[in-house]
Write a protein that binds this ligand. Structure first.
Ligand code: GLU
Length: 905
C-alpha cells in the first residue's frame, strides 16, 4: 500500500463520533448519530478542534450525550482515502468532515455526492462550486478577492505587484486585476493605464525566491500583495527582508487569513506597512480555550472552522430532531445512497444560524458562506498585530485608521531612525577638526549635517550619519542603466536619506525622491583670478601712448622752431637793448633758438620762464601752446592717477562659450556630477562639443571639487562647478574667481527612496527652515564664518586704495638720475670747452689753464672768481690805444669798472 505513494495524504484518520439523543421523547431519532472525519495529519489541529466541537455540542445541549470514538488508520494513497470513506459510510455516518488537502477532499466529495452523504469542508477551495451535498465553512474565493479589492482602493494603490504561489492563489487575487476598472467607475473618471500597472509574479517551487524578490524590488514598485500558504509565508517574508524589500516605503497586503498565527514582529522592524486580514479573532479563541489543555495553542483558521462545522452540525441535528431522519449503513460497492442526506444539508445551509469562532455561520442562496465578518489587521513595530478595521459582505471595508498614504508624514517619522548619507564635500559634510576622539554623528559637521539635525528636531526622528567614501552622488550608467553612488545605496535600502550638494535632476527624480530644494544654484566657471600686471619701471609713461609722446615731442620742437622763426620775422620782437637810448644802433631779439626751446619747455612743465612774447602773433602761439599744455598736463595727471593705482587685469575669457574654440585653457567638471551631465544632455552644440572634449581627454574630470580646485590653482584649467560651491571656494582661496554668469538654474535636495511616505513631511520642514531664515543663517555660518571664511573679502576691502609703491614711480627716479648724470657730463663738457677756448685765446697751455681752473673749483670758497690775466701789459697797451667806448645805458662807471675787473663765471 505504501508503494502507491500519493502526494496528498500524509495520514488519514477515521473518526467516529456518536451523537446520542438524550431524551427518550424522540423515539424515532437514533440514539447515536455517527459522523466521520478525515484528517491529513495525525493529531492535527483540525482533529483537535473537531473533538473540541463535539465536546462543546454535547456540553451545551441537554439533548445529546456525545461519545466520540476514533479509529485512526494510517494511509497515504487515494485508495486508502476511499477505503476510509467506505468504512465510514458502512457505519452509517450522517456526515463526513474533511480532509483539508484538495485531492483527498475531492475524492471524499465525489463519493459523498454519489452516496448523498453530507460532506462538510473547512478548507479554502479555489473552485468551490455549488453542490447540494457540500457545506464549506471557508469563505468563497470571490469574497476574499473582494476584500483585497476594497483595501487596495482604500489605500489608493496605483501600481502594485501580486506575488502568488499557485493557481489556487491566483483565483483569490483575480478580482484585483480589474480593481482599476472599479476605481474608474467609482470616480467616474477614465483611468490612465500608464499609471496603473499590476504585475503578477509567481513564487518558484524551490525555496529560494531571492532572485525573484530582487527583481521585484528593482522594478520600482512599492506596493505588494503576497498570496501564499501560511507555512511558506515566513520564508518569503524573510527572503524579502534579505533582499531589502521590507523597508519603510514599501507596503504589503498579506491575503492569507492565517497571518495572525505567525510571529510578524521580526518583519516589523523595517517599518514597512504590512496589512492582513483574518476571519477569526484569536482573542476570542484564546478566551474560549483558556481552561482547556489547548490554552496557549494557536490554531489555524481551517482548524477553528472545523470546530464551527461541528457546532453547525450539532445545531442542525437539534433542528431536525423532530423529523424522520435516520442513519443508514451504506456500501461503496452497492450503489446505495442515503435518502436524508440532502435534507440535512439544506437544514445546515438554510435553517441554522450558529455563532462560532468565525462569527455567525450563514449561507447564501448559492450555498456559500455569507455575512462574513473579517478583521483588517496591521503589523505595528514593537507592538505586533493590531486590528485597524473591519470588512463585511454587506458594508464593505471600514478602516478605523486612515491609509498610510493619507497619514500625516510627520507622525510616521516620529522616533524612527534614519541612516543619512553624507559626502565629505565642503561645507556640506566635514570631519570635525578636534584633537579628542569623537564618536558617531559627533564626528561630522557642516551645512548638510546642521540641516539634518534641525529636521530631526522638528520631526522627532533619530539619524545615523554615514559617509559616501567614493564621493559619488549618483549617476546612471548609460549602458547598463544602473545607478551608482549615494542614490544606488538609497535604492538598495542601505540608507534612508542623502544630503550633500546633491542636485535635483529629472533623471535622478526617476530613481529617487527629493525634498523641496534647500539651496538654489547654477553652473558657472572657477578659474584663476585675473593677475595684476607687474608694475613697470616707466609706468609714468603709461598715461599717454607712445604715439602721443612722439607727437608731443615733435609739437614741442615744432612750436619752439615756430616761435624762433616768428620772433625773427615779427619786427615787434626786435627790441631796444638800451631803453635810455632812443635810437639804438642795434636791436636784440629774445627768441633765440635756445630761448625758444626754453620758453616752450618752461610752459610745458608748468614752470614758466623769464621770456615773454611781445608781438600779437608770438603771444598767440604762446597762448595756444599754453592751452595745449594745460589740456595735456591735466589729462596726464588725471590718467596717471588711474594708471598707477588701478591694476591692469588680464581676463583670459568671459563666458563658457569663449572656452569652446581654444586649446590653451583646459576645462572639465566633477566626474559623474550633475554639471558634467548638464553638458552631456544639453541640446546646444557648443556644450555638446565641450562634453566630448572633457569626456575624451583624460584627467579633465576630477573626482571632487577639491581636486578640481587644485587643478585650477596649479594648471591652466577652468573648472565648471556650481555657483554655491564656487562661492564657498572664493571666500577662502583668493587666487581663484568665478567667471561668467550661470549656465542653468537648479537646486539641492535631500534624496530618499522613491515613494517614501515621509517626503512631504521633510519637504514641509525644509520650507519652514527656509521661511524662518534658518537656512540663510546656516549659509552665512558655513560660507562666511567657519573654516577660514571671509579671508578674501577682508583682503579686498580692508586695505583701501593701495599707496603707490616704488615700482610704480621708479621710472621717474631713473629719469632724474639719468638727467642729473647728463647734466654732470654737460658741466664737464662745458668746463673743458671753456678751458679749451680760453687756452687758445690766451695762448696758454690747456693743461695749465685746466689746472688753474680745477684749483679754483677745489677751493669751494667764495662766490667770486678772479679773471686770470696772462698778457697784462699788452692788453693794457691795447686798451690805451683803443677809442673809449661809450658806456652802455643804465650802467654806471664804477660798476663798469668793477665788471671788467671781476668776471664772474
Ligand atoms: N551637485 C553635483 C551633483 O549633485 C555635484 C557637483 C557638480 O557636478 O558640479 O552631482
Amino acid at each position: 500500500m505504501r508503494a502507491l505513494a500519493a502526494p496528498w495524504v500524509l495520514l488519514c484518520a477515521g473518526l467516529l463520533a456518536s451523537l446520542r439523543p438524550a431524551a427518550a421523547a424522540f423515539h424515532d431519532f437514533p440514539k447515536n448519530v455517527p459522523i466521520g472525519a478525515l484528517f491529513d495529519d495525525f493529531k492535527s489541529q483540525e482533529e483537535t478542534m473537531f473533538l473540541h466541537g463535539v465536546k462543546n455540542v454535547s456540553d451545551t445541549n441537554n439533548m445529546f450525550n456525545i461519545i466520540p470514538g476514533t479509529e485512526p488508520v494510517r494511509g497515504d494513497s487515494q485508495l486508502l482515502v476511499s477505503l476510509e470513506v467506505c468504512k465510514l459510510v458502512s457505519t452509517g455516518v450522517w456526515a463526513v468532515f474533511g480532509p483539508q488537502k484538495s485531492q483527498g477532499s475531492s475524492i471524499v466529495q465525489s463519493m459523498c455526492d454519489t452516496m448523498d452523504i453530507p460532506h462538510v469542508q473547512t478548507r479554502f477551495d479555489a473552485y468551490q462550486r455549488r453542490t447540494d451535498i457540500l457545506v464549506n465553512l471557508f469563505p468563497h474565493p470571490s469574497a476574499l478577492g473582494q476584500v483585497l479589492v476594497d483595501i487596495v482602493i482604500a489605500f489608493k494603490w496605483r501600481s502594485f505587484t501580486i506575488i502568488y504561489e499557485d493557481d489556487d492563489g491566483l483565483t483569490r487575487v483575480t478580482p484585483l486585476l480589474s480593481v482599476h476598472q472599479v476605481m474608474q467607475e467609482s470616480h467616474k473618471k477614465p483611468v490612465n493605464h500608464k499609471l496603473y500597472t499590476i504585475t503578477l509574479r509567481r513564487l518558484s517551487e524551490d525555496h529560494d525566491n531571492r532572485k525573484l524578490l530582487r527583481e521585484i524590488k528593482n522594478s520600482g514598485d512599492t506596493d505588494f500583495i503576497i498570496d501564499c500558504n501560511i507555512r511558506r509565508l515566513p520564508e518569503v517574508l524573510t527572503q524579502a527582508q534579505q533582499v531589502g524589500l521590507m523597508v519603510a516605503e514599501n507596503r504589503f497586503i498579506i491575503s492569507n487569513l492565517d497571518m495572525y498565527t505567525i510571529d510578524m514582529m521580526p518583519y516589523s522592524y523595517g517599518s514597512s506597512n504590512i496589512t492582513g486580514i483574518r476571519l477569526i479573532d484569536p482573542d476570542e479563541v484564546h478566551a474560549s480555550l483558556a481552561n482547556t489543555d489547548m490554552a496557549g495553542e494557536v490554531f489555524l483558521t481551517e482548524a477553528l472552522l472545523m470546530h464551527d462545522a461541528v457546532l453547525l452540525f450539532g445545531e442542525t441535528l437539534k433542528n431536525t430532531i423532530h423529523s424522520n431522519v435516520s442513519g443508514q449503513s451504506l456500501s461503496c460497492a452497492g450503489g446505495d445512497y442515503w435518502r436524508h442526506g440532502h435534507s440535512l444539508v439544506n437544514f445546515m445551509k438554510a435553517k441554522t444560524a450558529v455563532q462560532g469562532f468565525s462569527g455567525k455561520i450563514l449561507f447564501d442562496n448559492e450555498g456559500f458562506r455569507s455575512n462574513i465578518e473579517l478583521d483588517i489587521i496591521e503589523v505595528v513595530m514593537d507592538k505586533g498585530i493590531q486590528k485597524v478595521g473591519t470588512w463585511n459582505t454587506t458594508l464593505g471595508l471600514n478602516l478605523t485608521r486612515v491609509s498610510p498614504d493619507v497619514e500625516s508624514g510627520s507622525e510616521s517619522l516620529m522616533n524612527r531612525t534614519f541612516i543619512v548619507l553624507i559626502a565629505l564635500t565642503n561645507p556640506y559634510g566635514m570631519r570635525k577638526e578636534k584633537t579628542i576622539q569623537l564618536r558617531g554623528n559627533d564626528r561630522y559637521e557642516g551645512y548638510g549635517v546642521d540641516i539634518i539635525n534641525d529636521l530631526s528636531m522638528m520631526l522627532g526622528f533619530n539619524y545615523t550619519l554615514e559617509i559616501q567614501h567614493d564621493n559619488k552622488y549618483g549617476s546612471r550608467d548609460p549602458k547598463t542603466g544602473e545607478w551608482d553612488g549615494m542614490l544606488r545605496r538609497i535604492m538598495d535600502d542601505e540608507a534612508d536619506l542623502a544630503i550633500t550638494d546633491l542636485t535635483i535632476t529629472a533623471e535622478r527624480e526617476s530613481a529617487v525622491d527629493f525634498t523641496m530644494p534647500f539651496m538654489s544654484t547654477g553652473i558657472s566657471i572657477l578659474y584663476k583670478a585675473p593677475t595684476k600686471a607687474p608694475p613697470k619701471l616707466f609706468s609714468f609713461m603709461d598715461p599717454f601712448s607712445i604715439d602721443v609722446w612722439i607727437v608731443m615731442f615733435f609739437a614741442y620742437i615744432g612750436v619752439s622752431l615756430l616761435l624762433f622763426l616768428m620772433g625773427r620775422i615779427c619786427p615787434y620782437e626786435w627790441t631796444n637793448p638800451y631803453p635810455c637810448i632812443d635810437d639804438p644802433d642795434e636791436l636784440i631779439n629774445q627768441f633765440s633758438f635756445k630761448n625758444s626751446l626754453w620758453f616752450t619747455i618752461g610752459s610745458l612743465m608748468q614752470q614758466g620762464s623769464d621770456i615773454a612774447p611781445i608781438a600779437v602773433s608770438t603771444r598767440m602761439v604762446a597762448g595756444i601752446w599754453w592751452f595745449f599744455t594745460l589740456i595735456m598736463v591735466s589729462s596726464y595727471t588725471a590718467n596717471l592717477a588711474a594708471f598707477l593705482t588701478v591694476e591692469s587685469l588680464s581676463q583670459p575669457f568671459q563666458t563658457a562659450y569663449d572656452l569652446v574654440n581654444q586649446d590653451v585653457i583646459q576645462y572639465g567638471a566633477k566626474s559623474g556630477g550633475s554639471t558634467v551631465n548638464f553638458f552631456k544632455d544639453s541640446p546646444e552644440e557648443p556644450f555638446q562639443r565641450m562634453f566630448h572634449y572633457m569626456n575624451n581627454t583624460p584627467g579633465l574630470l576630477p573626482g571632487s571639487n577639491e581636486e578640481g580646485l587644485n587643478k585650477v590653482k596649479n594648471e591652466n584649467y577652468a573648472f565648471f562647478m556650481e555657483s554655491a560651491a564656487i562661492e564657498f571656494i572664493v571666500e577662502r582661496h583668493c587666487e581663484v574667481k568665478q567667471y561668467g554668469g550661470l549656465l542653468d538654474s537648479k537646486g539641492y535636495g535631500i534624496a530618499m527612496k522613491k515613494g517614501a511616505p515621509y517626503r512631504n513631511a521633510l519637504s514641509a520642514a525644509v520650507l519652514k527652515l527656509q521661511e524662518s531664515g534658518r537656512l540663510m543663517a546656516l549659509k552665512d555660518k558655513w560660507w562666511k564664518e567657519e573654516r577660514g571664511g571671509g579671508v578674501c573679502a577682508s583682503q579686498d576691502t580692508g586695505g583701501g586704495t593701495a599707496g603707490l609703491q616704488l615700482e610704480n614711480v621708479g621710472g621717474v627716479f631713473v629719469v632724474l638720475v639719468a638727467g642729473v648724470i647728463l647734466a654732470v657730463f654737460m658741466t664737464l663738457i662745458e668746463l673743458i670747452w671753456s678751458v679749451c677756448t680760453t687756452s687758445i685765446k690766451e695762448k696758454v697751455s690747456f693743461r695749465q689753464e685746466f689746472k688753474e681752473e680745477l684749483k679754483f673749483i677745489s677751493k669751494f670758497h667764495g662766490s667770486t672768481k678772479p679773471v686770470r690775466k696772462y698778457n697784462q701789459e699788452e692788453e693794457e697797451q691795447e686798451e690805451d690805444n683803443m677809442p673809449i667806448a661809450p658806456y652802455p645805458y643804465g650802467f654806471i662807471e664804477g660798476q663798469q669798472q668793477k665788471d671788467t675787473n671781476h668776471h664772474v663765471s
